[in-house]
Design a protein around this ligand. Structure first.
Ligand SMILES: Nc1ncnc2c1ncn2[C@@H]1O[C@H](COP(=O)(O)OP(=O)(O)OP(=O)(O)O)[C@@H](O)[C@H]1O
Ligand SMILES: [Mg+2]
Length: 471
């Protein structure tokens, strides 16, 4: 057993001679030492606790750090997934556009080839008769030029698919879109153009801008209720956008104030609520039974990649307007020549086309169909009168060649008048005719061959205006 705590040497006189004083002192020291030891043990334990806690915290922090890294990785993956999705959307749209374009090109090509064929045919006839063939060659040249530009468009699109940045005239893209889509819109929808003169050029990819227009025109047509006359207007303007303008309407992609060229597609369709406008540009958002909700997402992607602005104005039952803005470059496009404007008039109903020359009647048919009519065809006067007898109730008008073997146009016209006087009849001829008697008898017009689309349209419009209004 250990003895008491050692005392000072001078205080040890002899064993057993320990004073009470010394004993008490030793005892006190012993108590103090044991208290100190206990305090130290407790402190050590606390330190160990703290260490454990710190360790736990460290583990939690490590786990947290790992989780955060994972979350960050997921966010990055999501961002790249979204970006990828956007790219896929554009790719899907591109394929679809290619399909629509190819369909449109095929359709337009057919019209153009028919015109080329018809004009070549009429030219040959004229040459044989020793008449001037220049107008036919001019018409053929124009048709071929247009066909070439359609081919270029398709090739450019099917090529890299990357934006082909160049100086773009909104007006020209608008005219091209009108030309391609007029024929495929529903009958109750009319497409109008309101194109500014001297519009500044912009920097962009014409085919992608065409794609934007295609989506906007398609949506506008789909927004027009069936059975009601709808109107779509494509408008171009030069505009100075200021703070005030930026405060009005819904800016999907806002701009900085400045000078811009704008391209607008406005419709008189069903319009949208403010909530719908906000959601309309989300990928896969659609309110249509067969819609895929990709049109406006692609529009936004394209305009954003062009650094342009996008504005929407819409009201339920008040129609919609989608407007894109791109910075105006210095200088402007030449004023589009009035004659290069495609016809945008549309009619409806059935036309009886009578001509013994297949190529000529095919030209007439394609022109009539271009304006939205359906066509019945007859090869001579007798057949024409028979068809007229059966179908006069459904006919909007008759377009008939004057000179045909067997019963000619004049005789057939007189037979038709006996059956139904309300159906306008226009006679066409390659010769100069001035038979005023026929007009006295109610002829609705004479159309001189060869005719261009504009003359054809004028003759049809004038004849249809002569129809007695129903009731
Ligand atoms: N001109 C418009 N008038 C009224 N609503 C419109 C118009 N344009 C778009 N919308 C609304 O925005 C929605 C999204 O349009 P978006 O073009 O993205 O897809 P979609 O037309 O439904 O389908 P998709 O274009 O893929 O065939 C439409 O379903 C429609 O509700
Ligand atoms: Mg759409």
């Amino acid at each position: 057993m250990p003895g008491p705590a050692p005392l000072a040497a001078d205080s040890i006189a002899e064993p057993g001679a320990v004073s009470d004083e010394q004993l008490r002192e030793a005892n006190e020291r012993l108590v103090l030492a044991s208290v100190t030891a206990q305090t130290m043990a407790e402190a050590a334990e606390r330190a160990a606790d703290q260490l454990r806690e710190a360790n736990e915290n460290l583990v939690v922090a490590t786990v947290n750090a790992q989780t955060m890294a994972q979350v960050a990785a997921e966010a990055a993956a999501h961002i790249s997934y979204t970006a990828n999705l956007e790219a896929q959307l554009l790719e899907a749209q591109k394929l679809e556009t290619l399909g629509v374009l190819a369909g449109g090109v095929a359709h337009d090509f057919n019209n153009l080839l028919t015109a080329i064929l018809g004009n070549a045919n009429l030219g040959t006839m004229s040459a044989e008769e020793g008449r001037d063939v220049t107008p036919y060659f001019e018409a053929i040249e124009k048709a071929a030029m247009r066909a070439a530009s359609l081919t270029r468009q398709l090739l450019a699109y099917a090529g890299t698919g990357k934006p082909v940045m160049a100086e773009v005239d909104f007006g020209i893209v608008a005219m091209e879109a009108i030309q391609v889509f007029t024929a495929s819109l529903p009958r109750n929808v009319a497409l109008h153009s309101d194109l500014a003169e001297g519009l500044p050029l912009v920097h962009g990819d014409a085919t992608q801008i065409f794609q934007v227009l295609m989506n906007l025109i398609t949506n506008a047509a789909e927004a027009c209720p069936a059975g009601v006359v709808g109107r779509i207007t494509i408008r171009t303007r030069e505009e100075t956008v200021d703070e005030a303008a930026l405060g009005t309407g819904h800016w999907v992609l806002p701009l900085t104030p400045g000078r811009y060229a704008s391209l607008e597609v406005a419709d008189t369709g069903e319009g949208m609520t403010p909530e719908l406008v906000k959601r309309a540009f989300e990928p896969f958002f659609t309110t249509k039974f067969t819609g895929r909700g990709l049109g406006l997402a692609a529009v936004m992607g394209i305009i954003r990649s062009h650094g342009g602005g996008l504005w929407v104005g819409s009201e339920p039952d008040g129609g919609s307007s989608f407007k894109i803005f791109m910075p105006a470059l210095a200088g402007s496009a030449g004023t589009p020549p009035a004659e290069s404007l495609p016809p945008v008039w549309r009619g409806e109903g059935q036309i009886l086309v009578v001509d013994d020359e297949l190529t000529v009647s095919t030209v007439a048919r394609s022109m009539a169909e271009h304006f939205g009519f359906s066509v019945l065809e007859a090869r001579d006067g007798l057949e024409a009168v028979e068809l007229f007898r059966l179908h006069h109730g459904e006919l909007a008008m008759v377009l008939m060649d004057l000179i045909m073997p067997g019963m000619d146009g004049q005789q057939a016209f007189r037979e038709m008048r006996k059956i139904d006087r309300s159906v306008p009849v226009v006679l066409s001829s390659g010769y100069n005719v001035s038979n005023t008697d026929l007009f006295v008898e109610g002829l609705a017009g004479l159309l001189k061959k060869p005719y261009r689309l504009a003359e054809f349209q004028e003759a049809l419009q004038r004849a249809l205006a002569m129809r007695p209004s129903p009731g």
